[in-house]
Write a new protein. Structure first.
Length: 391
C-alpha cells in the first residue's frame, strides 16, 4: 500500500488530521490497533475550548456539536463553604463547550466514513521504518498477515503507549516527566447535573469535580491515592464522598445521586517529549505529551497540534515547501508548554498533598483567583482562551 501521509492511531488527533489533510487534497491511510467500536466508546475528555470549537466548525464538524453541546460561560471554584463563579465570557470574551470526546470521535468517524477514508482497524505490531530517509514506511499485521504502508511522511498519533514516540532515538529526544502522588476516580452517572456549570472543589479530604455530559448525564471525579482499586469504592461511598467534598457546607445546595454506569481510576502525570518531529516522523497529541486532566487540556492540545501539523504537511507534500514542517515542533511546543504549565498549576492548586503548608498556600491562591480580576483573567485566558497558535 502507498499513501501520502501514513497516520498511526485513529483517536481524535489521527482522525482530525486525516480530515484536515483531505480538505487540502492530501491522501492518508490510518492504522489503528483497536476496533472501531472500542475507539468510539472510550470515555475520556469532556470540555472543548473556544478555539477547538471554532476549528471543528470551520472543518465542517460543528453540526452535532451545535445541537448537543452545552455552552458554558465559566466554572465554579470552591473551598469549603464558598463557591465562586468565574465568568470567562466576561473576563476574556470566550466560552467553553461541554461536548464529550466520544461525541467528537463519532463526528470524526462519520465524516471520514462519508469520505471513504481508509482506516485499518485491529492492526497489530505497528512499527515505523526508515524515518530519516525519503521513503519512510509503516509495517503491521492484520489477521496474522504482514502488511506494509509506504508514505511520504508518517504522523504518529498513537497516544502514550504507541510505537511512534519510542521510535525517536534516545540520542535525539529529550523527555520531561512528572508523576503526581494522587489519581482521579471518575464516574459517569445517569442523573441530571446538580449544577449549571462545572465545579472544581478544593476540600481537606481531597479534590472533587462535578462535570457533565448532557442534561441527563453527570461526570464526577474524586481525588484518590495512587493505586486505588476501584472495587474498594462502593457506589454509596462514592456519592457520600462527592456530596461532602462538593458542597455539604454550601447553603441550600445538595448533590443529586443516581445510577453509576461507569467508574475507573486515572493516574495523573505530565510528560513532554521533544522534538515533536524526527526526520519524516511527526508526533501529535498524546504521542508527544500528556497533561494531568485538571485543566481539561488533553483533547484540546491534540486538536491544536493537528491544526498546526495539517497545513505544514500540506505545504511539504503539495508545494515541496518545508518551512512550516521545519517549524512544526517549535510552533506546537509553545502551546504544549503553556498548557503543561497551566495543567500543573490547576492540579497543584486543587489537590491535597498532605502538607499543611501547601494547603494554606492553595487556599490563599484560590482566594486570590476568586477575588482579583487580574488573577481570574489569567485562569480564564488559559482555560478558555488560548489561540491555536501561540508563541
Ligand atoms: P488517543 O486518544 O490516545 O488516540 C491514540 C490512538 O492510537 C488510539 O485510538 C489507540 O488505540 C491508537 N494506538 C495506540 N497504540 C497503537 C499502535 N501500536 N498501533 C496503532 N494504533 C495505536 N483529557 C481531558 O482533557 N479531560 C479528561 O477528562 C480526560 N480524561 C482522560 C481519561 C483517560 C483514561 C485517558 C487515557 C485520557 C484522558 N484525557 C482527558 C486525555 C485525552 O483523552 C487525550 O489527550 C486525547 O485522547 C488525545 O488524543 P490522541 O488522539 O492524541 O490520543
Ligand atoms: C472533564 C474533565 C476534566 O479534566 C476537566 O478539567 C473538566 C471536565 C470531564 O470529563 O467532563
Amino acid at each position: 500500500m502507498r499513501t501520502q501521509v501514513a497516520i498511526i492511531g485513529a483517536g481524535p488527533a489521527g482522525m482530525l488530521l486525516s480530515h484536515l489533510l483531505a480538505a487540502d487534497g492530501v491522501d492518508s491511510v490510518i492504522v489503528e490497533a483497536r476496533t472501531e467500536q472500542y475507539v468510539l466508546s472510550r470515555i475520556r475528555a469532556g470540555i472543548l475550548e473556544h478555539s477547538s470549537v471554532e476549528l471543528l466548525r470551520s472543518a465542517g464538524l460543528g453540526d452535532r456539536l451545535s445541537h448537543k453541546g452545552i455552552e458554558h460561560r465559566g466554572i465554579y471554584l470552591q473551598t469549603p463553604g464558598e463557591r465562586h463563579h468565574l465568568d470567562f465570557v466576561d473576563l476574556v470574551g470566550r466560552s467553553v463547550w461541554v461536548y464529550g470526546q466520544t461525541e467528537v470521535q463519532k463526528d470524526l468517524v462519520a465524516a471520514r466514513r462519508a469520505a471513504d477514508q481508509q482506516i485499518i482497524y485491529q492492526a497489530a505490531d505497528a512499527a515505523v521504518h526508515d524515518i530519516t530517509t525519503d521513503r519512510p514506511y509503516v509495517t503491521f499485521t492484520v489477521d496474522g498477515k504482514a502488511q506494509r504502508l509506504d508514505a511520504e511522511v508518517i504522523a504518529g498519533c498513537d497516544g502514550s503507549f504507541g510505537p511512534s514516540r519510542a521510535a525517536v532515538p534516545q540520542t535525539v529526544k529529550q523527555v520531561w516527566e512528572k508523576i503526581y502522588p494522587y489519581s482521579w476516580l471518575g464516574v459517569l452517572a445517569d442523573v441530571a447535573p446538580s449544577t449549571d456549570e462545572l465545579i472544581y472543589a478544593w476540600h481537606p479530604d481531597g479534590f472533587a469535580m462535578h462535570s457533565m455530559r448532557s442534561q441527563t448525564v453527570s461526570r464526577l471525579y474524586l481525588q484518590v491515592p495512587n493505586d486505588t482499586d476501584v472495587k474498594s469504592w462502593s457506589h454509596e461511598r462514592i456519592w457520600e464522598a462527592l456530596s461532602t467534598r462538593l458542597g455539604a457546607s454550601i447553603d441550600g445546595w445538595s448533590l443529586q445521586a443516581g445510577p453509576i454506569t461507569e467508574s475507573s481510576v486515572l493516574p495523573m502525570r505530565s510528560y513532554v517529549q521533544t522534538p515533536m518531529r524526527h526526520g519524516k516522523l511527526f508526533l501529535a497529541g498524546d504521542a508527544a505529551h500528556i497533561v494531568p486532566p485538571t485543566g481539561a487540556k488533553g483533547l484540546n492540545l491534540a486538536i491544536a497540534d493537528v491544526s498546526v501539523l495539517a497545513p505544514a504537511l500540506t505545504a511539504l507534500i503539495k508545494k515541496n515547501d518545508p518551512t512550516l514542517a521545519d517549524d512544526y515542533s517549535h510552533t506546537a511546543l509553545q502551546r504544549v508548554w503553556r498548557c503543561t504549565h497551566f495543567s500543573w498549576w490547576m492540579t497543584s492548586m486543587l489537590h491535597i498533598s498532605g502538607d499543611p503548608f501547601d494547603a494554606q498556600l492553595q487556599q490563599s491562591q484560590l482566594r486570590w483567583v476568586s477575588s482579583s480580576r487580574a488573577a481570574a483573567t489569567g485562569l480564564a485566558e488559559n482555560y478558555a482562551g488560548l489561540p491555536l497558535h501561540i508563541g
